[in-house]
Design a protein around this ligand. Structure first.
Ligand SMILES: Nc1ncnc2c1ncn2[C@@H]1O[C@H](COP(=O)(O)OP(=O)(O)O)[C@@H](O)[C@H]1O
Ligand SMILES: [Mg+2]
Length: 569
């Protein structure tokens, strides 16, 4: 069996250790789960150490010290025994005394055994807020302990454990050798899974396969997974993919300092039409699910407002079964702070793995450098952070960035090259008709409007020429219902005729033209499979060849320039 990191470090000749990171986790040990600190004690004991423990709440303690007579006598001699008898909090005045006496005891010549002092929650002692005079007790004495020549001469050691709740005093940080415990490795999750599977009397059943469990669990502590399985057992619940996503959601909310938000994707998303896009996303989702090296690192959906881009992100999360995270309160901070928050968010995403980083209206968060110069360079710094992140090959198949933009012409060209770009332009009349019942369902829980009904189709054709998007369908359907008191194909057609778009046609044209110009593949264009029958919108009619769906580049560029000068937004 492999030695614990702390013991390995001790045997490499270090005598003062500061354990940081994921120290207080469980670890698989002999087909069971054990507390890591307890395991360290066990291993130390096996190596012949007498162990004295200190924690603020439990005071002084010893571990398996019976066989070391000299240590027991020494504890008595130095007045420490009375702190051992009843395990209670040691008050502020006493902390100093205790540590000074430990120091003297270690220097004494009467002890032949090796002693390990384990101080739980080093920061707690070092900066204890109530301990006025003794405030820096451990930081000073700990510093002395760590630099004590006797420590190495006699083979004693002092191990401080950081719980991460407070800043560690620099005195400790410099003198103690840091041993950082990472979050569990894949091997550890694998062992954990076996233990959970075998321990059906304590733990809930799961319908997950080992491989899926290992992949999904990344970023969770063994302790959290263990209590999840225990709680589920009590409730008689089977652990599935959703349970683990929920657990991660809670953890992310807890540790992200509001830099990240987990989007709720429990409600089923139904998309109408958009077959081409659906297929691309389905493929990407499968690659992601299998952790494939072929998965994209970053996807970008672009097109006019209201065409379903935000909805596609939610659907993509459901297809892949990953958490959907958004950057929260990162962009509106002042320069230094927003940078720090961005790094924090990205490092959490990295440790969690298997998630989708959704950046909605990415043009607002990451403006082109040109635009960013106008607001103090904040955005361009963000941009470079995200650049580095998006090009990390090791994250392929684990983390995908999903961006959405209504105004792709405002995006930094350097960023665009990192994305697989999928244009999402206005749905065709037939597609709009398919979306109608989906929106009807959400508005009135009814199922009356039939996409094949000629009046519905007629209405959709009418609104299509006026530049309506699915979002406008909400208005149209609500209006039909409100005005006539009933929802049917007649009232829909009536509302469709009344409809006027609030969007400026040239703004829609600009967004769509730039989007189709940016497409990563010609086959991503919505007309690619049916170039001869596709109802091209007015600004594309003369640009696309109805023979093969290719675009006249020169005309396209001209039209984009024209749209830029005429668009109001
Ligand atoms: N293809 C679609 N199928 C079903 N509903 C859609 C579709 N596209 C858009 N919607 C609906 O239209 C509204 C606007 O979509 P949204 O995703 O917010 O657009 P965007 O992010 O492109 O501005 C949402 O309520 C969404 O449910
Ligand atoms: Mg949106």
């Amino acid at each position: 069996m492999k030695k614990d990191k702390a013991l390995e470090t001790l045997s490499s000749g270090r005598f003062a250790l500061l354990l940081t990171g994921n120290v207080h986790d469980n670890v698989p040990f002999k087909s069971k789960l054990a507390n890591r600190v307890e395991l360290i004690k066990l291993e130390l004991s096996n190596e012949g150490y007498s162990i004295i423990t200190y924690s603020r709440s439990e005071g002084l303690g010893v571990y398996d010290i019976g066989k070391h007579k000299d240590v027991r006598t020494a504890l008595q001699t130095y007045g420490l025994e009375k702190f051992l008898t009843d395990k209670k909090e040691i008050n502020d005045q006493e902390v100093g005394l205790v540590f000074r006496n430990i120091l003297r005891m270690l220097q004494s010549c009467d002890i032949s055994s090796k002693i390990a002092i384990i101080v739980n929650y080093a920061s707690h002692v070092a900066g204890h807020q109530h301990a006025q005079n003794e405030e820096r007790v451990f930081s000073e004495i700990g510093h002395m302990l760590a630099t004590l020549p006797i420590l190495s001469r006699k083979g004693h050691c002092v191990i401080a454990i950081d719980d991460g709740s407070q800043e560690i005093s620099p005195l400790i940080a410099t003198e103690f050798h840091k041993v950082n415990y990472e979050y569990p490795s894949e091997d550890m999750y694998k062992d954990l899974f076996q233990i959970l599977k075998n321990g059906v009397s304590d733990y809930a059943l799961t319908n997950l396969e080992a491989e899926e469990f290992i992949k999904l669990s990344q970023g969770l502590r063994v302790t959290d997974i263990k209590s999840m399985f225990k709680d589920a057992k009590d409730k008689g619940v089977t652990i599935d993919r959703k349970c683990i996503l929920k657990e991660k959601e809670q953890l992310i909310n807890q540790i992200s300092e509001q830099t990240l938000k987990v989007v709720d994707t429990t409600e089923k998303v139904e998309i109408g039409g958009m077959e081409v896009i659906q297929n691309i996303l389905e493929q990407e989702a499968q690659l992601l699910k299998s952790g494939s090296r072929e998965a994209s690192r970053a996807l970008l959906v672009t097109g006019p407002p209201g065409t379903g881009k935000t909805t596609l992100a939610r659907q993509f999360a459901q297809m892949s079964g990953f958490n959907l995270l958004t950057l929260d309160e990162v962009k509106n901070m002042f320069v230094g702070e927003s940078e720090r928050r961005m790094s924090k968010a990205l490092s959490i995403i990295e440790s969690m793995g298997n998630c989708i980083l959704f950046i909605d209206e990415i043009d607002q968060v990451f403006k082109s450098r040109e635009q960013a110069n106008m607001d103090g360079g904040v955005s361009s710094n963000h941009l470079s952070e995200l650049f580095k992140f998006s090009s990390r090959e090791d994250l392929r198949g684990k983390i995908i960035i999903f961006g959405a933009s209504n105004t792709p012409h405002l995006l930094d060209p350097a960023m665009l090259s990192r994305f697989t770009i999928i244009p999402v332009i206005e749905p065709t009349p037939i597609e709009l008709a398919k979306i109608v019942p989906l929106i009807e369902k959400q508005i009135s829980k009814s199922n009356i409007l039939d996409p094949n009904n000629s009046m519905i189709l007629n209405g959709c054709e009418t609104v299509y020429t006026k530049g309506a998007t699915p979002r406008d369908l909400w208005k149209i359907i609500s209006h039909a219902k409100r005005k006539t008191g009933k929802l049917n194909s007649e009232s829909f057609l009536m509302a469709a005729k009344e409809f006027r778009s609030s969007m400026d046609p040239w703004s829609i044209a600009l967004s769509s033209l730039v989007s189709v110009n940016m497409t990563s593949m010609l086959s991503y264009l919505p007309w690619f499979n049916s170039p001869s029958t596709y109802p091209y919108p007015w600004y594309l009619k003369d640009i696309v060849s109805s023979l093969d769906g290719t675009m006249n580049e020169e005309l396209l560029q001209q039209r984009i320039a024209e749209a830029k000068s005429l668009a109001k937004y």
